[in-house]
Design a protein. Structure first.
Length: 238
């Protein structure tokens, strides 16, 4: 397979955690090209170095995914270098706890921007090209917090419920267009954000396992789509 025929995989939030694990799994298991997107270039570069060591052509595209102008410029850069993505993995997001009355308007806006608006902007930037080609895969990182609410989840639950709803809309609109759409909703997963929390690593899912779910769904026959997938630690959620 020559380089131009290898699928182009775009991963947002690829600088650490599940996003970095997704990039690593694809770089090891699929002959592909990887476009890695996140806010911080230093961490992106570390993820990219690991992928390059696996023999994968990899580019880094630092971007504030809540900024429409920045997202449009990032998408233009990727298309100029490689063309239209075959796989778009909207993994970027953020978490900030807070009860309803303690949550400020600024906190609420930030959570919606990081977890929902970013998904909308990135998908809108790439979808026209995928529609023109008539083929592609879109994965949206949702959460069990988008399926079941909990106290203290004012901003996060609102954003993730929105992400699940938006993903379902995309699935309905794109099912006859050759584009598969999947919502991935993991429970507690060990990432750097849990360090110092007091919760033992063995109580959570490894990020690598969640990343492999993306790959396994992608590898299915194109006549098959996993619309939604939920992953939980064996002992259940925290």
């Amino acid at each position: 397979m020559n380089a131009e025929s290898r699928p182009l995989v775009v991963v947002t939030g690829a600088s650490q955690g599940i996003g970095a694990a997704i990039a690593g799994v694809f770089s090891r298991k699929v002959p592909c090209r990887l476009a890695l997107v996140a806010r911080h270039r230093e961490n992106l570069d570390r993820t990219a170095q690991d992928c390059v060591r696996n023999g994968t052509e990899t580019g880094v595209f630092p971007c504030d995914l809540t900024d429409p102008v920045a997202v449009a410029a990032m998408a233009d850069s990727i298309r100029t270098r490689w063309g239209v993505p075959d796989v778009l993995i909207n993994n970027a997001g953020a978490f900030h706890p807070g009860s309803f009355l303690d949550f400020s308007v600024e906190d609420f806006d930030w959570m919606l921007n990081a977890n929902l608006k970013s998904l909308f902007l990135v998908t809108r930037a790439f979808l026209p090209g995928m529609l023109e080609r008539g083929r592609g895969d879109i994965f949206n990182m949702c959460s069990i917090a988008g399926l079941k609410a909990y106290p203290g989840g004012t901003g996060y639950c609102a954003a993730k419920f929105g992400a699940v709803g938006l993903t379902r809309v995309l699935r309905e609109e794109l099912k006859d267009k050759g584009i598969r759409v999947t919502a991935v909703s993991p429970g507690p997963t060990w990432t750097p954000s849990w360090e110092g929390s007091g919760v033992p690593e063995e109580r959570m899912m490894p990020a690598e396992d969640v990343a492999r779910a993306f790959l396994d769904v992608y590898r299915l026959n194109r006549r098959t789509v996993v619309e939604e997938i939920v992953l939980q630690p064996q002992e259940g959620s925290l």
